[in-house]
Design a protein around this ligand. Sequence first.
Ligand SMILES: Cc1ncc(COP(=O)(O)O)c(C=O)c1O
Length: 416
Amino acid sequence: VVAGADRPRLPAVGAAGIGIEAAWEVLRDQVLPTVFPADHPRYLAFVGGAPTAAAVLADAALSAAAVYGGSELEAGAVVAAERAAARWLCDLVGYPPQAHGVFVSGGSLANLSALVAARHARRTASGTLPGTVVAGAAAHASVAAAAGIMGCTVVPAGAADVALRGADLVPVLDRLDPDAVVAVVATAGATNTGAVDALDELAAVCAERGVWLHVDAAYGGAALLAPELRSLFAGIERADSVTIDPHKWLFTPFDCAGVLYREPAVARAAHEQRAAYLDPVTEQGHDNPSDYAVHLTRRARGLPLWLSLVANGAAAYADAVASCLATARHAVRRIEADPLLELATEPSLSVVLFRRRGWAPDDYRRWSRRLHGQGLALVTPTTLAGETVLRLCFVNPLTSAADVDAVLAGLADDRG
Ligand SMILES: Cc1ncc(COP(=O)(O)O)c(C=O)c1O
């Protein structure tokens, strides 16, 4: 990893090109070596990724074959393959047969697309345009961003960094006209803490009031593959829409995020674009991926997930998620055994938050930058109830116990 000032000087974009071979050498030898790859076994910051070889192969083939992924007219069987991948996610959620989804660039676009569908459903039912999104305090920043794009206000429910319960939601909805509410957004796997909201309780409150429930399981949805964690997600199948990002913990390259709808017809009504020049597509009457999210031209992002599932089998996916959870448990044991370290909160899914006793915020930052600069690991601090702590997020089955030990060993120094 080449930090800041040491970055290479890149060739200028000129009227005359340098040729593909020289350009490739620049990319290979100067540009890509500066990357800290998200699938590095010691990339434990944010939410990394760990694409399988089959997924990378499909991703490269998509570019090479110039696949336009918007419609069956152009993309042929690619659409069926993506549909199969979306169906696998729908089955994971426990959705009924009519459920359907599509792949977009990220959890942010998935959340926006779901909220646009929710608003359309409310407007169709009530004749008025709702303007309020109710979101748990742990909702990802993309939910507020989506609400902003839609010109909506966010009303928070519950407390920060704590799972949202039905009882937190009731007083918030009591103060709102149901016709003013776009949706309630719950989180299944909060980015900062891994916390999973009480989905069953929230689904019951929403169903009683006829309010759309969107569950953002962008990171946490993969944990549906862990039988011992399944009960944490009880009620997710009652959500009107769900976000799950295969590019986070389901082993595809960036970018690939699924937005799933229990009743897809309403999403289609919200998102389908009509134009004279598109009539030849519409006339074919296919169920096209373009029609289910905020996009028209799109990369067929579900293909890498599909090919990887076909190549590796679904059982390998469950094994890989189990392996990440086991590595997280190893980290917890190491932290509990080290007198210098202390868990900052009860770990959830594969996120572990902990403090290094005696360190101030600058110590954490210095230590994190040093590891990054050395190319050893990417581990970044976060805050929990105002306190700076360290955060580990395990989504790579190739991260070993030895990787965890190597990272934690560096915390013995007096100052970061
Ligand atoms: C829970 C959750 N929702 C949404 C997002 C946004 O996803 P993306 O970065 O793919 O747009 C993230 C990103 O980490 C997330 O953790």
